[in-house]
Design a protein around this ligand. Structure first.
Ligand code: NAI
Length: 740
């Protein structure tokens, strides 16, 4: 069965997201709603969404719009009809009746419901119709969330379900997990339970919301929104509805019921319009005092707000064993929450799925956890877990495990997909090196480097791993969300605060040396980015020999924002790329001026399609919808380049002073318009110095090392200024740029 045309009914949050992802896959889709104005508005919103739902805005007309009265005929030509209307069974039933009257014989019909069981959705359908009906539960935002739960019933034609899965994997890039018809399926059943446990335990143990979010966050491999931050993000009212549905659908003795009870404080919040970020605020709120925005947090006891306090657990990395063994309230809270999640998730096996593995994957893809509950159990260790746990009656999985004590109970990972993923390969590979910032694996005849720091920021150790790993062909890839957010600014500032600029210089030199080594070592190097690929992260990518990029990347050289310039070869490589254009052959200043503009404005691209015109990516770089495929495609690149030719060194002829003057003219205009201030001018001048070639003339040929040297000198002059340091500190504290 081939899916060539799709109709999505309901153009709200989810319908729009699904239509946009189909558009990204180049599949023509019609978006229908009650009125064409509604679906047209949805299309306009897709076009201007932030973060962008579209990979390539010029493709927007893959999406047609219409209404269900005048344009319903399109259903007749669709291979797949997705229903994404409001969560009301009467409305859904009505629509199915219309769809099944019109649909092409054999076309798939699916619902995006998050809570209505398939048996209820399909109760009015004939057995023949039920064959082609399933639930396709996407997560919001559809482009960015990896999980798609395909819920099947006993009536389904399994071949068809499988071909839908393959379509959604390959073309829509989803991690598609086929599940049974149980309330909340896999992701929400465990994910919402986990949130409720994290919340109710915080109340019980009298933790502040900041404390709970600090524990139920990065230290546990969970996104930093934690639980209360996530509640605010989803909407406190929406969460209340979700809980009501779980209470209704689940048996009375399900452990979920214990943590889903209504909490008076939450009822009050909803009633007074504190529904989260979309409302007046939620557990957190922004308050303006004396014109200044201040983040406030609620006190769970009194319901009063006060200035939010940053909690420092002094542990930046995921380390469950240390966390649960801490002799303080944080350790106690962590153990209480983690053990309950493990107990609950394991009690659902084999009821909701035979493969416990799928629950972990649903938590990774649907909630962005770095480990699911069973991986947490593996990480803690079976023996340790059973020494600490109190009771686990009626839990077959834990009972069996407590007897077998099998530390290797986990087996293979990512069973839901046939793709050879990084996650599947890592347990089979040999870990040949590990430091504080990266791990190196040897698989077959090549190496894999995975960064392991927060947002994969780079430091001396990251470079050390990369450099050592070039003794074989190399793939730089990772499972966590970001490829790399750039150089670790905290690491750099720690030296700057001590006035130890020598160490910063040593690090930047090593960074350059490593990147040069990546480019010219005798073995090919492939970078496989996904997510943030900024600053130093981009410099690693741009000096790799090949790139296999996920379609969800945010890529660019953003150093000027923090008062620096790219010094790991970013200026040099961008100059080289732009100097290969036809325009550059005629005008020697063309390339430097273009790059001055791109780096000066810290331009970023939010997809490979946007990255190409900026030359952050090349046309021949691979662009891949399914993140799971990054590894196998990178591996294929290595296989195809066994007899790899080391690239030739780049040479540069730059105009020097007259070019620099042109750039300074641009800066002066911006300065006069107050778009940049004093320090912006200084940063711009340093960038101009590098890109014009410093003290050179057009007839002199500069080498890559000359350019590295210019980058380093400018970088060092800037990092030593107070104003650059102020910018860095401000960005580290607030996540926002400082204009000074
Ligand atoms: P929404 O409220 O944003 O959009 C629903 C859309 O359906 C509206 O545009 C409405 O005008 C339209 N609609 C209502 N009756 C209709 C009819 N008879 N014919 C055509 N269109 C009609 O809802 P949202 O959030 O997009 O949810 C849609 C479905 O997806 C629901 O079943 C929901 O449970 C599910 N879901 C929602 C998620 C979320 O995060 N919002 C996540 C996963 C699933």
């Amino acid at each position: 069965m081939e899916i060539k045309k799709v109709v999505v009914i309901g153009s709200g949050t989810m319908g729009s997201g699904i239509a946009a992802q189909l558009c990204n896959a180049n599949i023509p889709v019609t978006l229908l709603d009650l009125k064409t104005e509604i679906s047209q508005k949805a299309k306009d919103k897709i076009f201007s969404s932030r973060p962008p739902l579209l990979i390539d805005k010029t493709k927007i007309d893959n999406i047609k719009v219409g209404n269900i009265s005048d344009n319903f005929d399109v259903v007749g030509s669709a291979d797949w009809i997705v229903e994404a209307v409001v969560e009301r069974i009467d409305i859904k039933h009505n629509i199915y009746e219309k769809i099944f009257k019109k649909r092409k014989q054999g076309a798939i019909v699916s619902s995006n419901t998050s809570s209505i069981p398939i048996k209820i959705l399909s109760q009015n359908l004939s057995n023949e119709q039920k064959k082609d009906f399933c639930i396709t539960h996407f997560f919001n935002p559809v482009r960015y969330m990896g999980l798609l739960e395909i819920v099947k019933s006993d009536n389904n034609d399994l071949n068809k379900i499988n071909s839908l899965k393959v379509f959604c994997e390959n073309l829509l890039g989803k991690g598609a997990i086929i599940c049974n018809d149980t309330p909340g399926f896999l992701g929400n059943r465990v994910g919402v339970y986990a949130m409720q446990v994290a919340m109710t335990e915080a109340f019980k143990m009298k933790l502040s919301i900041e404390e709970a979010d600090a524990v139920f966050g990065r230290p546990m491999g969970i996104p930093k929104t934690g639980v209360f931050g996530l509640y605010d993000l989803i909407g406190i009212d929406l969460m209340a509805d979700v809980l009501k549905s779980f209470i209704k659908e689940l048996p009375k003795n399900d452990e979920f019921q214990v943590v889903a009870k209504e909490i008076p404080l939450i009822k009050n919040l909803i009633e007074s319009g504190y529904t989260g970020r979309k409302g007046k605020g939620g557990f957190y709120r922004m308050n303006k005092t004396d014109g200044k925005k201040i983040l406030e947090a609620i006190n769970l006891d009194t319901g009063e707000y006060s200035t939010s306090k940053k909690i420092d657990l002094k542990s930046e990395r995921v380390d469950l064993k240390t966390l649960i063994n801490r002799k303080d309230k944080y350790g106690e809270y962590a153990w209480s929450v983690i053990s309950k999640i493990i107990k609950y998730a394991s009690s659902l096996v084999p009821g909701i799925t035979e493969k416990f593995n799928d629950i972990d994957e649903a938590m990774r893809l649907g909630f962005n956890w770095s480990m699911g509950p069973f991986e947490m159990l593996k990480e803690i260790g079976v023996k340790n877990f059973f020494e600490k746990i109190d009771n686990f009656e009626n839990n077959k999985f834990l009972n069996d495990l407590s007897k077998s004590k099998n530390e290797n109970f986990y087996g293979e990972r990512q069973l839901y997909t046939d793709i050879e993923t990084l996650g599947k390969i890592k347990p089979k590979a040999i870990k040949v090196d590990k430091n504080n910032s990266a791990e190196t694996y040897r698989f077959k005849d090549f190496n894999i480097v995975e960064f392991t720091t927060k947002a994969n920021t780079l430091d001396y150790d990251s470079m050390d791993s990369l450099k050592k790993a070039t003794d074989k062909p190399l793939i730089i890839i990772n499972e966590s969300m970001q490829f790399s957010a750039g150089v670790n600014l905290t690491y750099t500032m720690n030296f700057a605060d001590k006035g130890d600029f020598k160490s910063i210089e040593k690090f930047i030199k090593y960074f350059q040396e490593t990147c040069k080594h990546l480019k010219y070592s005798k073995y090919p190097v492939v970078s496989a980015p996904s997510g943030l690929t900024l600053g130093g992260g981009f410099e690693v990518l741009v000096q790799s020999n090949f790139v296999a990029s996920h379609t969800n990347i945010v890529v660019g050289l953003v150093e000027t924002i923090v008062g620096l310039i790219p010094a790991g070869g970013g200026c040099k490589e961008m100059l080289w790329r732009w100097s290969q254009t036809d325009e550059a052959k005629i005008d020697p200043d063309f390339a430097p001026l273009q790059v001055f503009n791109i780096i000066g404005y810290a331009k970023t691209a939010t997809s490979p399609v946007e990255a190409e015109p900026l030359k952050y990516l090349k046309p021949e770089d691979k662009k891949i919808m399914n993140r799971n495929s990054l590894f196998s495609i990178s591996k294929k690149i290595l296989e195809e380049n066994k007899s790899f030719n080391v690239p030739n060194e780049c040479k540069f002829n730059l105009s020097g002073k007259p070019l620099k003057e042109k750039m300074i003219k641009v800066l002066e205009k911006l300065y006069n318009e107050r778009i940049i201030l004093d320090h912006g001018m200084e940063v711009g001048k340093e960038l101009a110095n590098v890109l014009s070639g410093g003290n050179t003339t057009i007839d002199k040929t500069l080498t890559e090392d000359d350019l590295y040297k210019l980058e380093l000198e400018s970088f060092m002059r800037l990092i030593e200024t107070k104003k650059t340091q102020e910018r860095i500190k401000h960005t580290l504290a607030t996540g926002k740029p400082l204009v000074n």
